[in-house]
Write a protein that binds this ligand. Structure first.
Ligand code: ZN
Length: 188
């Protein structure tokens, strides 16, 4: 079963999600929710999905990435869950294109910290710490933003905002620094 992904404009995407209790995490409802979110993320397809995106203001997100792209320091990340996360940003900001299943059909360049440190609970409620860099660090920042009512459009370089279709039409083979120069933007 695949859940409906809500789109920008839905108030749930602008609310601060509430933390889950240890009891809730262990309960059947949250465990079932995790399974449904995994299926929904894979179906979309996406590399992350936060509970507010399926209409639930809860501090829970699922993440999984199978791609490998050297230019964006993107490496496969096995399926996992982050619950009640705390995020510490590190490294210098890096510019790259980003999209969101809740802002369907668009993308934009978003500066994000190159590295992050995250403390969270996993799907069993066990504490975990994650030190990530590159694309995985970007995914974590994007998903944790969702739990705080923030979308990438709040952080994007607005002049780079494009439909996915126009990105394919006009930006194939154009590097981000090239695009920023073209638009008169200063790189991070
Ligand atoms: Zn998103």
């Amino acid at each position: 079963m695949v859940l409906k992904i809500v789109q920008s404009g839905d108030p749930v995407l602008r609310a601060r999600a509430r933390a889950l209790t240890a009891q809730e995490i262990a309960g059947a409802e949250v465990q079932q929710l995790i399974e449904l979110m995994r299926e929904t993320m894979r179906d979309a397809p996406g590399v992350g999905l936060a509970a507010p995106q399926i209409g639930l203001p809860l501090q829970l997100a699922v993440i999984e990435d199978v791609a490998e792209v050297e230019a964006t320091e993107r490496t496969p990340v096995p399926f996992h869950v982050i619950i009640n996360p705390r995020l510490v940003l590190g490294g210098e900001p890096v510019d790259f294109f980003e999209g969101c299943l809740s802002v369907d059909g668009y993308q934009a360049v978003v500066p994000r910290a190159r590295t992050v440190h995250v403390e969270a609970c996993d799907h069993r409620g066990e504490p975990v710490t994650i030190d990530a860099r590159g694309w995985y660090a970007r995914i974590l920042q994007h998903e944790i933003d969702h739990l705080n009512g923030t979308l990438y459009i709040d952080r994007m370089r607005t002049r780079t905002f494009t439909t996915a279709r126009n990105a394919a039409r006009y930006l194939a083979g154009v590097s981000v620094p090239e695009l920023l120069a073209r638009l008169g933007e200063t790189a991070s």
